[in-house]
Design a protein around this ligand. Structure first.
Ligand SMILES: C[S@@+](CC[C@H](N)C(=O)[O-])C[C@H]1O[C@@H](n2cnc3c(N)ncnc32)[C@H](O)[C@@H]1O
Length: 327
């Protein structure tokens, strides 16, 4: 067998999955049925779940066909190229329904799923491929689409939005303090064709102090990516559909990488776990609220220092989870 020379770096993984032990731990009470991996990526979480839960099958979604086309489909995995914002539609698709029934044979409530995992954001593979246009560190086209279902490209946002809309995008999705200055600079420099051109315009537009901290284009790239892929709408809709689809005792686990997503997740899990909200002086409940969830994480779990040292991209991860309670 050919030996790898000691100096050859190990092959780069498609994606190093984050907080795998925590995800598996939270989903381990699920003994059988179907778990949805809503963000398949490099399949690291799916692989760990299949290994830990021998009677579970995984319905894996990714909106990026590059992710769903590269892994051989095993008998316990069904891969679907879809936006998790369309989860309700995917679950109702006759092919998927048939597959779920076959793979939920030991599941007492076969219409439902036993767990849903969302590991939000982009994969390392998407970030590292310059041609996808996600990285401000590499020269690439202004694309940033996670999949062909996105109706915009980064070039559309950068070259067509007016100053007001650009600065609103940077403020809302990037929490960028210099949003207006950057927007004005971009409009003056148009047309922009590449990630490097955009990164240079942003760097020149921000005050020197902002250039000394993290990369000045980081927030702007995040904002454009969120706008291009309509990411926050997908998170809200996908999470609603996931909670709806869970069987009683089923669990949802979400890993978010920035505060905008994490806020949506936190609010939804808190709202779902609220029971009656009537004032205590009322003798009977008139609001009719019934908790549908029990939160499994009071505050978000964070990756260990050891994990962050080994995989710096895990640094911003925040994991929240909840269990569906019996109706
Ligand atoms: C952080 S990676 C997931 C990595 C994966 N857990 C693993 O172990 O390799 C996020 C993945 O989710 C996908 N994704 C992001 N938003 C999505 C959406 N709305 N619908 C479906 N897939 C999405 C991205 O294309 C990317 O492949």
């Amino acid at each position: 067998m050919a030996q790898t020379p000691a100096s050859t770096p190990p092959p780069r993984r498609y994606h190093q999955p984050v907080m795998v032990a925590e995800v598996v731990d939270l989903l381990t009470p699920i003994e059988s049925g179907v778990i949805v991996d809503a963000t398949f990526g490099g399949g690291g979480h799916t692989e760990a779940l299949l290994a830990a839960l021998p009677n579970v099958s995984v319905l894996a979604l990714d909106r990026d066909p590059d992710a769903t086309s590269r892994v051989p489909v095993g008998t316990r995995v069904r891969l679907v190229t879809a936006n998790f914002g369309d989860l309700a539609r995917v679950l109702a698709d006759p092919e998927t329904v048939r597959w779920r029934h076959e793979h939920g044979a030991r599941d007492p409530d076969r219409g439902h799923v036993a767990g849903v995992l969302f590991d939000l954001g982009v994969s390392s593979h998407q970030l590292d491929r310059a041609a996808r246009g996600f990285s401000y560190r590499q020269e690439g086209p202004l694309d940033m689409r996670m999949g062909p279902d996105a109706s915009l490209t980064a070039a559309d946002v950068v070259n067509r939005y007016d100053v007001d809309r650009l600065s609103e995008t940077f403020r809302r999705y990037g929490e960028e303090p210099n949003a207006r200055r950057i927007a004005q600079s971009i409009v003056r420099s148009r047309p922009l064709a590449t990630t490097s051109e955009l990164a240079a315009v942003v760097a020149a537009a921000v005050p020197a102090a902002a250039r000394r901290r993290r990369h000045p284009a980081r927030r702007v790239f995040q904002a454009i990516r969120i706008a291009v892929n309509d990411e926050l709408t997908a998170v809200a809709t996908g999470l609603d559909a996931a909670i709806d689809a869970l069987r009683p005792g089923g669990r949802v686990v979400v890993i978010a990488y920035h505060s905008l997503e994490d806020r949506i997740v936190k609010r939804r899990l808190v709202a779902g776990s609220k029971g009656c909200v009537c004032p205590p002086e009322l003798p009977v409940c008139v609001c009719g609220n019934v908790a549908e969830l029990r939160r499994l994480t009071r505050s978000a779990l964070r990756p260990s220092d050891t994990e962050v040292a080994a995989n710096p991209r895990a640094r911003s991860a925040r994991l929240r989870a909840a269990e569906k309670v019996a109706a």
